[in-house]
Design a protein around this ligand. Structure first.
Ligand code: FAD
Length: 622
C-alpha cells in the first residue's frame, strides 16, 4: 500500500546518525519520518557504553551547538565523567563520559518522542523507490510504500552484516539484531562504489565474578564535568568508578597459540578493521614487543552487573576468549555474559558524496554514519545531523550547507571523507584538524550556534542561553580592559607575589592576563563590578585572552586558504587540457573532481605547483 501521508524527509535507521538526522530535519519544521527495525533499539550503543573522548567530544559539542541530542542524552545517562588532557592546552582537552546504556537510550527516545514534526515507524526498509536519477521514497518489508522529497540512509553495520566468532559466522546487524540483506542487495544495483569493512567488540563480564581489590579505581572528576552547553551536573545520575587492569605474558601466549583460529588471521574476514580500535589479537600481532596492555573495566550501567572490558575486543573462538579473560589479574573467576565478536558490513565510498552528504548519482538521497566508512557514535551523530539538515534544506528548496574545515570538526570529517575517501574505518582525532586552536570543544557554540539558529536548528531556550553567554563574555572582557592596576597600590601588591617581576607601570587586567604567571581567577576580583557567575564565561575569557596571539595567526592562515576555497573548479573542467600537470595528478583530479581549489590542494600528491597550474588555467579560461 501507499502510506497516505507524504513526508518531507524520511530517515532509515534509528542509530546515532539516524536519530540526529531525523531530529535535525524535524527541528527545521520538515515533516519527518524515522523508520527503523525496532523502536526499542533507538539510540542503542552497539559497542562501548561511552561518549566523547579525544577528537570525539569536539564533534559531540558541535552537534550540541547545532541543537542535537547526543550531549543532552549523555548528561542524563552519564555515570562517570572526566576531562582528558586536562593539563594540556585547551585545543586537545576532551570530555568523556561513561554512559548507562539504558538511561542513554531512554533519554534519546524521550527527545525523539517529544520532537514536533517527527513520527517514528518500526519496520525494516527493503527497497528504495528510485525514478531516473532521483529517489522518491522507500518500501518496507511488508510492502508499505512511503514517499518523501529526501531520504537519509543511516543503516550502520547492518548492510550485509556478517558476525564472526572464531571460524564460525552468521548473518546479523549486530549481536541480537537482524542484518539488512534485501536493502544491501538493492543498493548494490545502484552505481555506487561498495566495499567491506569490519569492527569488533569484547566479551562482557559479570562484575560479581571480578575481584576489583587489586585494581586502580578511576572515579569521575571533581567538579563533575558536563557534556552539553546546557548541561548541569545535577542532571547526572549516580556516579560510579571504572577500574584498570592489564593483560600479561600468559594472555599474549594464549592469543598467539590460537591465531590460526582467528577469522582475521585465517583469512575468513575480508573487511579492514579500525586501526585505532584494534582487536587484542591485532595488538599482540602488531606490537609483539609489548608484554602488557591496559584494560579498562567500564560499568555498563547502574542497574546491571555487566562490565565492558575496554581493550580486549576479539573475534577468537569462545573457549579462547574465556581463557584469555581468565588469565588477566582480578578476572581469574570471570563469567562471560556475552561473547566478543567481529562484524563485517557494506560501506560506500564517501568520495561519491557531495559536501552535503547527498550521493552524487541519486539526487535527494543522503548517506550518513558508519555506511560512509566511519566508526564511532560521535562521527555518526555528526554526519547524521548534517545529512538530516541538508535533506530538510532540499525539501524546503534551499541551498545546502556544510561547515568549512576552519569552522568545525564536522567540516574536517566531511572534507576528509569526500576528498580522500577511506579504506579503513575512519575515526576523528584532533590531529586531523589544521586549525586546532580555533576548533576547541569549549567554543563549539560560539562557532556554530548562530548558524544553527539561522538554519532553524536551535530552539528559543538554547538561543537565549547562548546569547546570555556571548554577552557575558563581551561584558567581562570590557570590564578587564577598562580596569588599570597601578604600581604601589594594594591591587598591585596582591599580584606581585605571583609575578616574576613586580609591576613597574600601569597595566590593564586584560594585559596582565596575557602573562603566563597569571590566571583569570588571580585577577578577576580586582575589577569593579560583579564577577560573572557562569563558569563557561570565565573559561572563555581566560582562553581567548591567553591564546589571543596564536588565534590571530590561525585566523590569518585561514584567510589565505579561504581565498582558495572561494575559487571554484568547474564541474566540467577538462584536466587533460591543463598544462603542466603530471598524468598521475590529472587522473586524481578527474577521478575526484574537487569542487574548489582548496579541496584540490588537500588531495594527497597534488602539489603546490599543480595548484598554480590550475590557477593559471582558470585565469586563461576567464
Ligand atoms: P548504527 O548505530 O549501527 O545504527 C543503524 C540503525 O539502522 C539501527 O537502528 C538499525 O536497526 C537500523 N537499520 C539498519 N538497516 C535498516 C533497515 N533496512 N530498515 C530499518 N532500519 C534499519 N565504534 C567505535 O568507535 N569503536 C569500536 O570499537 C566499535 N566497535 C563496534 C563493534 C561492533 C560489534 C559494532 C556492531 C559496532 C562497533 N562500533 C564501534 C561502531 C559503532 O557502533 C558505530 O560507529 C555507530 O553505532 C554507528 O552509528 P550509525 O547510526 O551509523 O549506525
Amino acid at each position: 500500500m501507499d502510506y497516505p501521508t507524504r513526508f518531507d524527509v524520511l530517515v532509515i535507521g534509528g542509530g546515532h546518525a539516524g536519530t540526529e538526522a531525523a531530529l535535525a530535519a524535524a527541528r527545521m519544521g520538515c515533516k519527518t519520518l524515522l523508520l527503523t527495525h525496532n523502536v526499542e533499539t533507538l539510540g542503542q550503543m552497539s559497542c562501548n557504553p561511552a561518549i566523547g573522548g579525544i577528537g570525539k567530544s569536539h564533534l559531540v559539542r558541535e552537534v550540541d551547538a547545532l541543537g542535537g541530542a547526543m550531549a543532552r542524552a549523555t548528561d542524563r545517562g552519564g555515570i562517570q565523567f572526566r576531562v582528558l588532557n586536562a593539563r594540556k592546552g585547551p585545543a586537545v582537552r576532551a570530555t568523556r563520559a561513561q554512559a548507562d546504556r539504558v538511561l542513554y537510550k531512554a533519554a534519546i527516545r524521550h527527545i525523539l518522542e517529544n520532537q514536533p514534526n517527527l513520527q517514528i515507524f518500526q519496520q525494516a526498509v527493503d527497497d528504495l523507490i528510485v525514478q531516473g536519477d532521483q529517489v522518491k521514497g522507500v518500501v518496507t518489508q511488508s510492502g508499505i510504500r512511503f514517499y518523501a522529497t529526501s531520504v537519509v540512509l543511516t543503516a550502520g553495520t547492518f548492510l550485509g552484516g556478517l558476525i564472526h566468532i572464531g571460524l564460525q559466522n552468521h548473518a546479523g546487524g549486530r549481536a541480537g539484531d537482524p542484518p539488512s540483506i534485501a536493502l544491501a542487495q538493492r543498493l548494490r544495483e545502484l552505481p555506487l562504489r561498495v566495499g567491506r569493512l569490519k569492527t569488533g567488540t569484547p566479551p562482557r563480564i559479570d562484575a560479581r565474578s571480578i575481584d576489583f581489590s587489586g585494581m586502580e579505581a578511576q572515579p569521575s572528576d571533581d567538579p563533575i564535568p558536563v557534556m552539553s552547553f546546557l548541561g548541569q551536573p545535577e542532571e547526572h545520575p549516580e556516579q560510579v568508578s571504572c577500574y584498570i587492569t592489564h593483560t600479561n605474558e600468559r594472555t599474549h601466549e594464549i592469543i598467539r597459540n590460537n591465531l590460526d583460529r582467528s577469522p582475521m588471521y585465517s583469512g575468513v574476514i575480508e573487511g579492514i578493521g579500525p586501526r585505532y580500535c584494534p582487536s587484542i589479537e591485532d595488538k599482540i600481532h602488531r606490537f609483539a614487543d609489548k608484554n602488557s596492555h591496559q584494560v579498562f573495566l567500564e560499568p555498563e550501567g547502574l542497574t546491571t552487573h555487566e562490565i565492558y572490558p575496554n581493550g580486549i575486543s576479539t573475534s577468537l573462538p569462545f573457549d579462547v576468549q574465556l581463557d584469555l579473560v581468565r588469565s588477566i589479574r582480578g578476572m581469574e573467576q570471570a563469567h562471560i555474559t556475552r561473547p566478543g565478536y567481529a562484524i563485517e558490513y557494506d560501506y560506500f565510498n564517501p568520495q561519491d558524496l557531495q559536501p552535503t552528504l547527498e550521493t552524487k548519482v541519486i539526487h535527494n538521497l543522503f548517506f550518513a554514519g558508519q555506511i560512509n566508512g566511519t566508526t564511532g557514535y560521535e562521527e555518526a551523530a555528526a554526519q547524521g545531523l548534517l545529512a538530516g539538515l541538508n535533506a530538510g534544506l532540499r525539501a524546503q528548496e534551499k541551498e545546502g550547507w556544510c561547515p568549512r574545515r576552519d569552522e568545525a570538526y564536522i567540516g574536517v570529517l566531511v572534507d576528509d571523507l569526500i576528498t580522500l575517501g577511506t579504506s579503513e574505518p575512519y575515526r576523528m582525532f584532533t590531529s586531523r584538524a589544521e586549525y586546532r586552536l580555533l576548533l576547541r570543544e569549549d567554543n563549539a557554540d560560539l562557532r556554530l550556534t548562530e548558524k544553527g539558529r539561522e538554519l532553524g536548528l536551535v530552539d528559543d531556550q538554547r538561543w537565549a542561553a547562548f546569547e546570555a553567554k556571548r554577552e557575558g563574555i563581551e561584558r567581562e572582557m570590557a570590564r578587564l580592559k577598562d580596569t588599570f592596576v597601578h604600581p604601589g597600590t594594594a591591587s598591585a601588591e596582591t599580584l606581585n607575589d605571583k609575578l616574576s617581576q613586580p609591576l613597574s607601570r600601569e597595566q590593564t587586567l586584560l594585559d596582565l592576563l596575557r602573562r603566563p604567571e597569571l590566571e583569570y581567577w588571580d585577577l578577576a576580583h580586582l575589577a569593579p563590578g560583579e564577577l560573572p557567575n557562569d563558569p563557561q564565561v570565565q573559561e572563555q575569557v581566560q582562553i581567548q585572552t591567553k591564546y589571543a596571539g596564536y588565534i590571530e595567526r590561525q585566523a590569518q592562515d585561514i584567510e589565505r586558504v579561504r581565498r582558495q576555497e572561494e575559487t571554484l573548479l568547474p564541474a566540467n573542467l577538462d584536466y587533460s587540457r591543463v598544462d603542466g600537470l603530471s598524468n598521475e595528478i590529472r587522473n586524481k583530479l578527474s577521478g575526484i573532481r574537487p569542487a574548489t581549489l582548496a579541496q584540490a590542494s588537500r588531495i594527497p600528491g597534488v602539489t603546490p605547483a599543480a595548484i598554480s597550474m590550475l590557477l593559471i588555467h582558470l585565469k586563461k579560461r576567464d
